[in-house]
Design a protein around this ligand. Structure first.
Ligand code: DX5
Ligand code: ZN
Length: 227
C-alpha cells in the first residue's frame, strides 16, 4: 500500500501523562500545554484488560482545572468498560476511546460515550482487525491505532502497523467525515514523520516528551519533523 501525504492536514501532539511525574501531575499537565500540547492523553489501565494499573476518574477531575481549554483524551484500557464512561464524562473527559475486545456491545458503548457528551473513539491493538470499523466508523470521532501492545510506556514502535494506518486513512477519506487518526506507542522525534506519511494526524507521545529535558524543545522537534 502506498503511503498517503496530505499537505493540508493539521497535526496534533498528545503527550501521554503516563510518563509524567505523578507527584506533580497538575504542574506536569500545565507544562506540556505551555510547551504546545494539543491534547492531554490520559491512559487508564485496570490490571485486568492490561497488566498495569494507573489512574481513574478522580485523577481526571483533579487535572481538569489545570488544562484550560485543552481537551482531555481518555484512553480506556479497562474491561468491562461501560460503567466507568459516565464517571469520566463527569470528571471532564472530552474524548473517550475504548478497545472493542473490552466491550460486549461495541455500538452501545459508542452511543453511551456520545450520550454522555463526549467524543467516541475506537482503539485497535496491533493484532486487532480493522473489520470493527465496518459498522462503526460513521459514529466515531477518533480512531486510535496502537503501535505497541497496550500496558506500558516506553515500548518500541511496531513498524507492521504502518500499512494499517494507511488503510484507516483510506477508510476515513472514503467516509467524508472528520475523524481523527491517532497513533499511540513508541512515537518519537525520529519516527513521527513516517507515522504521518502513513496517514496519521494525531500523535501520542509519552516518554518522548516527558522523558525529555525540555518539553517545548521535544514538541517543536516533532512539529519540525512533521514539516
Ligand atoms: C500504552 C499507552 C500509551 C503510552 C505511550 O499502553 O496507551 O499512551 O503512554 O507511551 P510511549 O510514547 O512512551 O510509548
Ligand atoms: Zn494511550
Amino acid at each position: 500500500m502506498s503511503p498517503i501525504s496530505s499537505p493540508t492536514r493539521t497535526y496534533k501532539i498528545a503527550p501521554s501523562i503516563l510518563s509524567a511525574d505523578f507527584a506533580r501531575l497538575g504542574e506536569e499537565v500545565r507544562a506540556v500545554i505551555a510547551a504546545g500540547a494539543d491534547l492531554i492523553h490520559f491512559d487508564v489501565m485496570d490490571y485486568h484488560y492490561v497488566p498495569n494499573l494507573t489512574i481513574g476518574p478522580m485523577v481526571c477531575a483533579a487535572i481538569k482545572p489545570h488544562v484550560g481549554t485543552t481537551p482531555i483524551d481518555v484512553h480506556l484500557m479497562v474491561k468491562p468498560v461501560d460503567a466507568i464512561i459516565p464517571e469520566f464524562a463527569k470528571a471532564g473527559a472530552n474524548i473517550i476511546s475504548f478497545h472493542p475486545e473490552a466491550s460486549e456491545h461495541v455500538d452501545r458503548t459508542i452511543a453511551l460515550i456520545r450520550e454522555c457528551g463526549c467524543k467516541p473513539g475506537l482503539v485497535f491493538n496491533p493484532a486487532t482487525p480493522l473489520s470493527y470499523l465496518d459498522y462503526t466508523l460513521d459514529k466515531l470521532d477518533l480512531v486510535l491505532i496502537m503501535s505497541v501492545n497496550p500496558g506500558f510506556g516506553g515500548q518500541k514502535f511496531i513498524d507492521g502497523v504502518l500499512p494499517k494506518i494507511t488503510e484507516v486513512r483510506r477508510r476515513i477519506e472514503a467516509s467524508g467525515r472528520d475523524v481523527l487518526l491517532e497513533v499511540d506507542g513508541g512515537v518519537k522525534i525520529d519516527n513521527i514523520a513516517k507515522v504521518a506519511a502513513a496517514g496519521a494526524d494525531t500523535f501520542v507521545a509519552g516518554s518522548a516528551i516527558y522523558g525529555a529535558e525540555d518539553y517545548a524543545a521535544a514538541i517543536s522537534a516533532m512539529r519540525e519533523a512533521l514539516g
